[in-house]
Design a protein around this ligand. Structure first.
Ligand SMILES: NC(=O)c1ccc[n+]([C@@H]2O[C@H](COP(=O)([O-])OP(=O)(O)OC[C@H]3O[C@@H](n4cnc5c(N)ncnc54)[C@H](O)[C@@H]3O)[C@@H](O)[C@H]2O)c1
Length: 433
């Protein structure tokens, strides 16, 4: 079984499916198609499938022209019909792994995708889970489900975990040049998954098991969450000491070894850093262990929107204004610069807290024309001198490259800067994190 797949990989005759065509799946599907595989993207969202089939990309990291070129050469197509899996040799699962309201993992999307794969599982098929999840998911959830077909892993079909590492908006690293970790259920599974990704990705790093591969991803994202938590706390400490945290970080970052630059900010956002560590801490709770660093970092990071709102209060106070009736202009609502993703963005929390204090909230964001919050729809306002002048407080939540700091400082009456966009400008009207 393994040999024919190896040959198909080498001759590019392998038929590939990617399940879940979001930030991860659509670029991954395109990466496989670009090296000559025939790829079918599968999603339950008909609108996404229709857009993709028309060559209209809805993911900033993949251009419509790239997509159209792959459609023209018939290297890619998109469908909502899972029956195509009957003809597929290798399938990557890239469905969401959010948290429930209780902050417990919601692996229902993985379960539902696995059931679809199971229905069409056939001898020789390679199945890879890419969604971030807790260690043990591939072994404990996917494997029993797929083996219930009577097919045996490592012999009849192959199963591995390979975490996605994309960094949306990163101009230097995309799917093809970001090293890929693979860990199979058996050595044969690892070997095949390595050969498969090796065809499209510059460097593939095999590890000894699916559990190790799952844990690698959680270490990477927990590392970020904890270090961001640390630097956020350092920002709070520096404020108490009347020391500029940004200057401290810049100076510390001159150390060529043993220090890594992390920046404070208004709080965590996106689908990964605020979510993934909870997958690990949840798993540890089932083993009667508290993942203390994760819990502490989450506590500090999730308090940052509140900290920013307090800072806005101080800034308004300096102008003898209260929140009630003050106009607050929020610049940037995504969780990081130059992306169009508002999932888990701290801006949403900041805006909610401002509204609860009866402020009048306006926002600007080039890629987010409207924002639905608390049964109300807000519309992005074009930034103009008059808008900046009219606001009682301008809050920089995301430091998009299209924001001109000098102009904002010149026009605004008062600025709360959570990202150090106003670096180098010293003015009493600037309240920096
Ligand atoms: N976005 C990132 O930067 C990033 C980076 C690394 C890892 N990840 C991980 O990758 C996974 C996917 O994340 P994403 O950001 O691409 O999510 P996303 O929400 O952008 O896309 C997921 C897609 O899966 C589809 N889907 C849901 N259930 C399905 C099903 N049963 N069958 C077929 N399609 C289904 C949805 O319609 C959606 O289009 C998550 O586990 C995430 O943690 C994301």
């Amino acid at each position: 079984m393994q040999r024919p797949l190896q040959e198909k990989i080498a001759t590019r005759s392998l038929r590939v499916a990617v399940i879940g065509l979001g930030y991860v799946g659509l670029p991954l599907a395109a990466t496989f198609a670009e090296v000559g595989f025939h790829v079918t993207g599968i999603d339950i969202d008909q609108q996404k499938v229709d857009l993709a089939n028309r060559g209209e990309s809805y993911i900033p990291d993949i251009s419509s022209s790239t997509l159209q070129a792959l459609l023209d050469t018939k290297h890619i197509n998109f469908t909502t019909d899972f029956a195509i899996l009957n003809d597929i040799d290798a399938v990557s699962i890239c469905v969401p792994t959010p948290l429930r309201k209780t902050r417990d993992p919601d692996i229902s999307y993985i379960i539902s995708a696995t059931q679809q794969v199971k229905e069409h599982l056939h001898p020789g098929q390679l199945v890879i889970l890419e969604s971030t999840t807790y260690p043990g998911t591939t072994d404990e959830v996917l494997l029993p489900e797929l083996e219930a077909t009577g097919l045996k892993v490592g012999v009849d079909f192959f199963l591995a975990f390979s975490p996605e590492r994309i960094d949306p908006g990163n101009p230097d690293f995309a799917t093809h040049n970001t090293p890929k970790i693979v860990g199979g259920i058996t050595p044969a599974c690892t070997e095949l998954a390595q050969a498969f990704y090796g065809a499209a990705i510059e460097k593939v790093v095999p590890v000894s098991s699916a559990g190790v591969a799952e844990m690698v991803k959680l270490l990477e994202n927990t590392f970020r969450a904890v270090n961001i938590g640390l630097v956020n706390e350092i920002a709070i400490i520096c404020e108490k000491l009347s020391i500029d945290v940004w200057e401290v970080i810049d100076a510390a970052a001159t150390k060529p070894f043993g220090f890594m630059r992390f920046l404070p900010g208004p709080g965590l956002g996106g689908h990964c850093i605020p979510v993934d560590p909870h997958y690990l801490s949840w798993k540890l709770k089932t083993l009667d262990y508290t993942a203390r660093f994760i819990e502490l970092a989450a506590e500090v990071n999730s308090s940052m929107p509140h900290y920013v709102v307090n800072k806005i209060g101080e800034a308004l106070n300096e102008q003898r204004r209260s929140f009630n009736g003050a106009t607050v202009l929020v610049l940037g609502v995504t969780y990081k610069r130059n992306v169009g993703d508002v999932r888990e963005s701290p801006a949403l929390d900041i805006i909610s807290q401002l509204l609860a204090r009866k402020a009048i909230v306006l926002y600007n964001h080039e890629y987010i024309p409207s924002l639905a919050l608390h049964n109300e729809t807000f519309y992005s306002q074009p930034v103009s001198s008059s808008l900046l002048q009219a606001a009682d407080c301008v809050v920089i939540v995301t430091d998009h490259s299209y924001y001109d700091a000098s102009w904002i400082i010149r026009e605004a009456r008062c600025i709360v800067d959570t990202r150090n966009l106003t670096q180098g400008h010293n003015d009493e009207k600037i309240f920096r994190l």
